[in-house]
Design a protein around this ligand. Structure first.
Ligand code: ADP
Length: 256
C-alpha cells in the first residue's frame, strides 16, 4: 500500500457564519487519482483552495506528506511548491511568453538552473503538443492551448500532488477533449491528482476513486464503477440524473 500524500481530517471552513465545509476527512495516496464531483456550490473549489492554503480554516487539519498546510505556517511558500494547482481561468501572465510563464517559478522560487528548466519546459510543451508555441503570448493561444500551458507550468515545479479545479469549464466544447487527454496522460504516468470536474465521462475514465460532496460534506465515495453504476445515496442518484437529463436534452436538440 503506497503512502498517503495528502491527509485531510475533520476540515471545517466557514465564510462568516456560513459553514461551507463541515467535518470533511479525505486522504489521497501516492499515485492515486481522486475525482471530486457534486452540485454547484457544494464546496469543491473551497476544498481545493483550503488544500493550497489560499483560505484559512476554522477546524481540522490538512497534512501534506505529514506536514501541516496552513496559511499561517512559516514554510508556506515551500509547502505551496509541493502543490500544483491548475485553475479554470489559466492565470497566465499576459505580457510573458508561454516559455517565460512556465520558467518563472522554477527559476525565481526554486532557484533552478535556467538551461535545465528551459530544457524541461520545452520537453513538457512537446508532450502536450505545444512545442511551436513556446514564444507565443497567451493572447495568441486558444483556450485549450492556454490551459495546456497552465498544466505544463504546474508540472515544471515537480509538485507532490496536482489539483485541478474545473479546468475545462471555461473552454469551448471542441477544446475540452485536448485538455482532458493531457490529464488522462498524467494519470497514466502515475501522477497523484485531485480533480474537480463536471465532465462525468472523464471522471469515470480517469478516477481511481470518486468522492461525491454535497453541502460541504462527503456524501458517498467509491470506485467509478460503484459510484456511476450503483450510487448508494438518494442525493448521488439525483445528482447523476441531472447529467443524464442534460444528455437527453442535448440529443433532443441535436435531433431537432
Ligand atoms: P463549488 O466549487 O462546489 O461550486 P464553492 O466552493 O465555490 O462551490 O462554494 C461553496 C459555497 O461557499 C457557496 O455557497 C459559495 O457561495 C460560498 N463561497 C465561496 N467563496 C466564498 C467567499 N469568498 N465568500 C463567501 N462565500 C463564499
Amino acid at each position: 500500500m503506497s503512502e498517503n500524500i495528502l491527509e485531510i481530517s475533520h476540515l471545517r471552513k466557514e465564510y462568516g457564519n456560513n459553514a461551507v465545509i463541515e467535518d470533511l476527512s479525505l486522504s489521497v495516496r501516492e499515485g492515486e487519482v481522486v475525482v471530486i464531483v457534486g452540485p454547484s456550490g457544494c464546496g469543491k473549489s473551497t476544498l481545493l483552495r483550503c488544500i493550497n492554503a489560499l483560505e484559512d480554516i476554522q477546524g481540522g487539519q490538512i497534512l501534506l506528506r505529514g506536514e501541516t498546510v496552513s496559511k499561517d505556517s512559516k514554510n508556506l511558500q515551500a509547502m505551496r511548491q509541493k502543490i500544483g494547482m491548475v485553475f479554470q481561468n489559466y492565470e497566465l501572465f499576459p505580457h510573458m511568453t508561454v516559455l517565460d510563464n512556465i520558467m518563472l517559478a522554477p527559476m525565481k522560487v526554486q532557484r533552478r538552473n535556467k538551461r535545465e528548466v528551459k530544457e524541461e519546459a520545452l520537453a513538457l510543451l512537446e508532450r502536450v503538443g505545444l512545442e511551436n508555441k513556446a514564444d507565443s503570448l497567451p493572447r495568441q493561444l486558444s483556450g485549450g492551448q492556454k490551459q495546456r500551458t497552465a498544466i505544463v507550468r504546474a508540472l515544471c515545479m515537480h509538485p507532490d500532488i496536482l489539483l485541478f479545479d474545473e479546468v475545462t469549464a471555461a473552454l469551448d466544447p471542441e477544446m475540452v477533449r485536448e485538455v482532458l487527454e493531457v490529464i488522462l496522460g498524467l494519470a497514466n504516468q502515475g501522477k497523484t491528482m485531485l480533480v474537480v470536474t463536471h465532465e462525468m465521462q472523464f471522471a469515470k475514465a480517469v478516477a481511481d476513486r470518486i468522492v461525491f460532496i454535497d453541502e460541504g460534506r462527503i456524501c458517498e465515495e467509491g470506485s467509478p464503477e460503484e459510484f456511476f453504476g450503483n450510487p448508494r445515496t438518494e442525493r448521488a442518484r439525483r445528482f447523476l440524473n441531472t447529467f443524464s437529463f442534460e444528455r437527453k436534452k442535448r440529443k433532443d436538440i441535436d435531433a431537432f
